[in-house]
Design a protein around this ligand. Structure first.
Ligand code: MN
Length: 200
């Protein structure tokens, strides 16, 4: 599989960026997901899903939708370390992904992909290019599908809400709920707080 954790370290100078060092999950506990709002050269949302101790990652140019008729493009990017789930701050100018990062949503998830009554392992779902999960976050909940496009460029997936009780075509959490679920800050507040920090 391409895009291992080593690629994460290669892309970054972690002496200059406050991002966490490469590392896998230690210990057990329910598997998590996180969505980070990232004000890089273009604003996007990074969806990360814990699979086998690392965070599989996709960049969503428009962010997630709770409307099942929306098919949101999700570009698969390099695996991120487990500790990235708590990363909020500013990646400095000149570094990879420079700009503010905000933890937009986080929570646990359940693998709901079954075949002949048995759950298909997450890594296998990833390799096949079709993932079905139920999220339990603060902003997003219920079933979601991540499916790799057969045509078009490799790495292009779609992120789609399943039709269930948590589906809502009128809700638009990306615009109505912009704040961090960790600190309550907006992306602008994170950018500003970094400027005021004398250690930076
Ligand atoms: Mn990003």
């Amino acid at each position: 599989m391409a895009k291992k954790l080593s690629e994460y370290s290669k892309k970054r100078d972690l002496r200059k960026s406050p991002e966490p060092k490469a590392g896998r999950k230690k210990g057990k506990g329910k598997r998590i997901f996180v969505i980070q709002k990232h004000d890089a050269s273009t604003l996007h949302y990074d969806f990360r899903l814990e699979i086998d101790g690392v965070l599989k990652s996709w960049a969503l140019p428009k962010g997630p939708s709770t409307d099942p008729s929306d098919k949101r493009l999700a570009i698969n990017t390099e695996d991120h370390p487990y500790a990235y789930k708590d990363f909020e701050g500013v990646i400095p100018e000149g570094e990879y992904g420079a700009g503010a990062v905000l933890v937009w949503d986080t929570g646990t998830y359940e693998n709901i992909k079954k075949e002949n009554g048995r759950t298909v392992a997450m890594q296998k779902c990833f390799d096949r290019g079709h993932i079905e999960i139920r999220l339990e976050g603060q902003k997003l909940s219920g079933g979601f599908v991540l499916t790799k496009l057969k045509k078009g460029k490799k790495d292009q997936w779609l992120f789609i809400k399943m039709k269930d009780d948590a589906a809502d075509a009128r809700r638009n959490p990306v615009s109505t709920e912009p704040r961090s679920v960790l600190s309550g800050r907006t992306i602008l507040e994170i950018e500003k707080s970094d400027e005021q920090d004398p250690d930076q």
